[in-house]
Every structure is written in structure tokens, then in C-alpha cells.
Design a protein around this ligand. Structure first.
Ligand SMILES: Cc1cc2nc3c(=O)[nH]c(=O)nc-3n(C[C@H](O)[C@H](O)[C@H](O)COP(=O)(O)O)c2cc1C
Ligand code: SF4
Ligand code: SF4
Length: 317
């Protein structure tokens, strides 16, 4: 990611210059746990998604589980009532990789989960590029699920178009991934769902271990904070806003108030969800002085149509 590499370089320099404290996460090797059940009957596929890739993969997983006779529910992490989590005997969570990790709203959600001792859990992430630290982001999610008592049955990283907006939407990763997801990505999703079920039926939980890498060092930097410094302007254009409240629904931290044309910069986690979903180009964000445009506009300009899996024509959740 050319632009991201520049951003990281600047971030490292800024951190050193400001002597910011860097905290290293404890993401070592996981212990193997026993599954409480061997044949799940009620599965929850719980996703957080901003540009629809994670939720698309989650929906396909739920469809496959349904084909196998399991009652599967697909839910949005932003609105799901945590107390319901104990109603399920298989939990599969999905998240995008943002800033080399799972986003902070996802980690807070997982850290506050009720106990799910022995319940099989699996995690998937969608990510934008090979340098994205997707494996360690997955380990982070599984460690949090393990802290709640879940027994890990699978993990997978699924590549997508990077949804990180740059003024040109033209990084090397964006160009390389414009055709994703493709038939092979959906093949990976199907075998992931099948392997998770097969492991549970055999009683074989997985062992996972985070990798020590430069990308893992990046994860420890206050990247969101640094990025917010680079986003000089973040507001709503009252002339263009059509009052649809999509941005409000997408925002994971209740930071955008289109009626007041106000964004709470303290709360904001720089996920670009408001910009990337506004249908009226009314979210104004300037990155180092340049106006950004969102994901729908990028797809339109590049004439990209995202391939949907065949299952969606018949699967009703
Ligand atoms: C704010 C932001 C940060 C991102 N950071 C990373 C990253 O560190 N590594 C990566 O591989 N992809 C990164 N991406 C790309 C997303 O992970 C990828 O596009 C993902 O599929 C989006 O999922 P969604 O459509 O479910 O929101 C980032 C995207 C955004 C918007
Ligand atoms: S998504 Fe865009 S048009 Fe809709 S309320 Fe938000 S700023 Fe206004
Ligand atoms: S206001 Fe900030 S946190 Fe909320 S959707 Fe927009 S970028 Fe994300």
C-alpha cells in the first residue's frame, strides 16, 4: 500500500518525536480448549462491516450453515444484544482489519462478552492487502473469545478491495484487488464453514499463535490518533445532506450528527464508515488538505460491480 507506507513512516517518526508510549499486546500462543458440544444446532454469525465485505462473507457462512441444517442467524455487532450470546452453541465473528488490527469497537465488544465456556467459536477477517497484519488481527479476536471461554474451531483471512479512502483510490493494493471477491474467495469461505463444522464434530479445537513481524509493531502505534491528526476537516455538508441517517447507523461510536453538521472528533475512531456509506457525498473529510470521496463513488468511477455468491439467490436468513 504505497500511501499507507508513507503514512506509517510518518507515524513512526511522529511517535518517536513525541515519545508516545507504545504498548505491546500479549497475543502469544493459545491453549487448546474442549468443545462443549459436537453438533451445533443454533449458530450466530456476528459481523462488523463498513463497506459490506465482511458482512457478505458472514452472510455466505450463515447460508452454508443453514444448508447443513443449522439454524443460523446473521447479526450486526453494532446492534446485537450481548445478553443473547448464550442462546447459541456456535459463534462465528467477522471483522475487517483496520489499522493492522481488529477495530477498537470490535475488541471492546469481544472483551465485554458474557461467559461462553466451551462454546465453539471461529473468527474471520476481511482485509485489504498482504501487508495488512491479518493473521495477528485474527489472533487478537480469538484471544478475546478465548478469554470469554470460547473454544476456537477456525480462523480465516479473506482478501477484499481495500476500503481505505485515499484522494485517488489508486494504491497498488487497490489496483491489485479490484476484482475481489472472486469465485476463489467464495470457495475459501465455503470450505472455512465446512472445516469449522468438521473440527467441532471431531472435537479438535485449533491452536493459533501470533507472528512477530514489523506489521505487529505497527499495530502497537496510536495509528487512529495519528490519522485523525491528518484528517484536518471532518464535517457534514448541510446543502448536500438528504437526512437519510446512514452515517449515524454506520458509525460504531455515535460520533456523527448530520442534523447538527457535527462530528465528535474525540469519539471518532477514523473508520471512514460515514464517508464510505454516504449516498449523497455529504460527508466532508480532508486528508492532508485533499478532499476524500467514498467507496460508492470509487466503485462508480472505476465501473466495478462486486460479485455476489450464487447462494444469495436462494438463501433466506
Ligand atoms: C480505516 C481503514 C483501515 C484499514 N486498515 C487496513 C489494514 O491495516 N490492513 C489491511 O489489510 N486492510 C486494511 N483496510 C482495508 C479493509 O480491511 C478491507 O477493505 C475490508 O475488507 C473492509 O471490510 P468491510 O467492507 O467489511 O468494512 C483498512 C480499511 C479502512 C477503511
Ligand atoms: S449519510 Fe450522508 S446524506 Fe445521509 S444523513 Fe449522513 S451525511 Fe446526510
Ligand atoms: S464519525 Fe468517525 S467513527 Fe463515526 S463513522 Fe465517521 S469516521 Fe467512523
Amino acid at each position: 500500500m504505497d500511501t499507507r507506507r508513507d503514512f506509517i513512516k510518518k507515524s513512526l517518526i511522529a511517535c518517536t518525536a513525541l515519545s508516545l508510549p507504545l504498548t505491546f499486546p500479549e497475543n502469544g500462543r493459545a491453549l487448546q480448549r474442549e468443545f462443549k458440544i459436537r453438533n451445533p444446532k443454533r449458530a450466530l454469525v456476528l459481523c462488523y462491516s463498513q463497506t459490506g465485505f465482511t458482512s457478505r462473507y458472514g452472510r455466505l457462512i450463515a447460508c452454508i450453515l443453514k444448508e447443513k441444517g443449522i439454524a443460523a442467524e446473521l447479526a450486526d455487532m453494532r446492534t446485537f444484544d450481548k445478553k443473547r450470546i448464550t442462546d447459541f452453541d456456535l459463534i462465528i465473528m467477522g471483522s475487517p482489519v483496520f489499522y493492522y488490527d481488529i477495530p477498537p469497537n470490535v475488541s471492546s465488544f469481544l472483551a465485554a462478552m458474557p461467559k461462553i465456556t466451551g462454546i465453539p467459536v471461529a473468527a474471520f477477517v476481511s482485509f485489504g492487502g498482504p501487508e495488512g497484519n491479518q493473521h495477528n488481527a485474527l489472533c487478537h479476536a480469538l484471544h478475546l473469545l478465548d478469554d470469554a471461554g470460547g473454544a476456537a474451531a477456525g480462523m480465516i483471512a479473506l482478501r477484499s478491495i481495500p476500503s481505505y479512502p485515499t484522494p485517488t483510490w489508486d494504491s497498488a493494493n487497490q489496483r491489485a484487488a479490484e476484482h475481489l471477491p472472486d469465485a476463489s474467495t467464495y470457495g475459501q469461505v465455503r470450505s472455512f464453514a465446512e472445516q469449522v463444522l468438521a473440527r467441532i464434530s471431531r472435537g479438535e479445537s485449533i491452536i493459533y499463535e501470533s507472528e512477530i513481524s514489523a506489521r505487529e509493531v505497527m499495530r502497537t502505534l496510536p495509528l487512529i490518533w495519528l490519522n485523525k491528526k491528518a484528517i484536518r476537516k471532518h464535517t457534514v455538508d448541510g446543502e448536500k445532506c438528504i437526512g437519510c441517517r446512514t452515517c449515524v447507523k454506520q458509525c460504531p461510536v455515535d460520533a456523527i450528527h448530520p442534523e447538527k453538521q457535527f462530528v465528535d472528533r474525540e469519539r471518532c475512531v477514523a473508520c471512514f464508515g460515514c464517508l464510505n456509506n454516504c449516498p449523497a457525498d455529504a460527508v466532508v473529510m480532508e486528508y492532508t488538505g485533499k478532499r476524500l470521496y467514498g467507496f460508492p463513488e470509487y466503485l462508480k468511477r472505476r465501473k466495478i460491480t462486486i460479485l455476489e455468491p450464487a447462494e444469495f439467490q436462494t438463501c433466506r436468513l
